[in-house]
Ligand binder design. Sequence first.
Ligand code: KIV
Length: 271
Amino acid sequence: MSVHKNAKRITTHTLQTMKEHGEKIAMLTAYDYSLAKIVDSSGVDVILVGDSASNVMAGHETTLPITLDQMIYHAASVVRAAEKALVVVDLPFGSYQGNSKNALDSAIRIMKESGGHAVKLEGGAEIKESIERILTAGIPVMGHLGLTPQSIYKFGTYQVRAKEEVEAQKLIEDARLLASVGCFALVLEKVPAALAKRVAEEIPIPVIGIGAGPDVDGQVLVLHDMVGISHEFKPRFLRQYMQLFDAMQEAIGQYVQDVRSKDFPNSKEQY
Ligand code: KIV
């Protein structure tokens, strides 16, 4: 019997058991009630209310503009839909980097006002104090290393991270640190597969990859990318399971045609 199937609700403890049993963790983003309902009922373990909402929902170029209030709005909608999945909510840029009190206040607002189950923060040693303070309040924390989009203006590009030895070494140390302070899981974004494998083997908590190869404990994708709504974004790591942009465009085009030709509504589609 699989750990996922056995669980009534997915908790941080379930994810740890899945790692120990070698059962892969499936994580996807969602930002609204309707799509979160589909994601939750499809067997996904973790729904991430990612700050990628800034890109896919609001059309911003980066994740930086989204606010804490907006994240809480998205997260509350997702929480209302999720019956089984663990809901993890990103702390947005500017809501935790200032100091650990700022980080704790932001995490508490997310937990209280959205009903989310855990928070995710980007970074390693530089945010250790904030993570510890959030954990002290009993709030589970997921880490995020590698390509951390909130630091895009420092990196300058969205290219693969930690290809060089110095950066790879720093990532390994940060991963060890996040596990040792008590994070329940770690996202590794866009790093070489061999490095991700090494981290997943070395640290005891689940490592969830995006563009980090197959030898980690689970995978995460942005929902709108994997169903082809954001059809222009096609990085190498992405598998597109549908071309929803094209399918919806065709359906909507047909609707427009039916309205214009007076085919819609017909005699059965009225009172
Ligand atoms: O915001 C997000 O969607 C994320 C994932 C890409 C991991 O952080």
